[in-house]
Design a protein around this ligand. Structure first.
Ligand code: ATR
Length: 289
């Protein structure tokens, strides 16, 4: 019998998380006797929870809202991309007892976008709606894979400006020449015609507030891809409206599955059973999450 290891997710709140069902199904699919638990960790207890990982020998955890940035200070090592993004969503207890942080959100997004839409990133002009942690991870990976024009629209303008400075630094550090711009949140609807990838990285449209959209897509190029990181509901109103206007759409569920698959590969060293992971998450979402 293979060794049993304990994994989990630390978040607050955590009860709605679909990560346990997804990872436990993946372990079972590969005949691994590991277990993945949902740990509800309040911000005040984050440091103690990370120390407990070491002391209890918890082999790996995912990190979710609101801990992705604050957790960095408690880790022994951070992978380069996670450092550039400034957020960690996966922690591994290494054999030498040190904790290393990774970020699989941006990579998961990128892998799912390419797999689902066959997008040509060097030809892509992207509009990112939102300037939080998710937006940053996505932007870094779009740049890493060839996208050279990114515009950010955020409700709070100065957060968009800060993100654009960080992205320019990332490009300079990697010898990349590109264009990062910011526009007013209110301008984004009328500007949408200038972009061939539009990504909602905000929680707008997420259950139970499913009747709202981040922007009105008044004008779209026929080959525009519209992408939403919200995955509950699977088809947000934003995506439904984009589809009606003839855009190709990319659902948020895929980012969730692929970030989980990459974390699973860090956890186990095995290729993740992506189809099985998607199947159980879809089943659970159909039952109402
Ligand atoms: P995450 O790590 O999931 O990206 P975050 O860092 O809290 O979460 O970022 C949330 C993003 O959604 C922010 O860009 C936020 O805009 P502000 O910077 O103005 O707060 C955006 N957002 C959240 N709710 C929003 C709303 N109702 N309207 C517009 N933007 C919203």
């Amino acid at each position: 019998m293979t060794e049993s290891k304990l994994f989990g997710i630390i978040a607050h709140p955590v009860h709605h998380s679909l990560s346990p069902v997804m990872h436990n199904a993946a372990f079972a699919e590969l005949g691994l006797h590991h277990y993945y638990h949902a740990f509800d960790v309040q911000p005040l207890h984050l440091k103690a929870a990370i120390e407990a990982m070491k002391n209890l020998g918890i082999a790996g955890v995912n990190v979710s809202i609101p801990h992705k940035e604050k957790v960095i200070q408690y880790l022994d090592e951070i992978d380069d991309e996670a450092k550039a993004i400034g957020a960690v969503n996966t922690i591994l207890l290494q054999e030498d007892g040190r904790l290393k942080g990774y970020n699989t959100d941006g990579a998961g997004y990128l892998q799912s976008l390419v797999a689902e839409t066959e997008i040509n990133l060097p030809q892509t002009k992207a509009l990112l709606l939102g300037a939080g942690g998710a937006s940053k991870g996505i932007a870094v990976y779009l740049i890493k894979h060839g996208c050279r024009e990114i515009t950010i629209a955020n409700r709070t303008r100065n957060k968009a400006e800060e993100l654009s400075i960080q992205l320019e630094e990332y490009m300079n550090d990697h010898g990349i020449v590109g264009k990062i711009a910011c526009i007013e949140w209110k301008e984004a609807s009328s500007s949408s015609i200038n972009f061939n990838l539009i990504v909602n990285t905000t929680p707008i449209g997420m259950w139970p507030n499913i009747e709202i959209v981040p922007i009105h897509l008044d004008h779209l190029e026929s080959n525009t891809i519209v992408s939403d990181i919200v995955y509950n509901p699977l088809q947000t109103l934003f995506l439904a409206q984009a589809e009606q206007k003839g855009a190709r759409i990319h659902q948020g569920l895929e980012m969730f599955i692929y970030q989980g698959a990459l974390a699973f590969e860090y956890f186990t060293g095995e290729k993740a059973p992506v189809d099985r992971m998607r199947e159980v998450v879809l089943e659970r979402l159909k039952q109402g999450g």
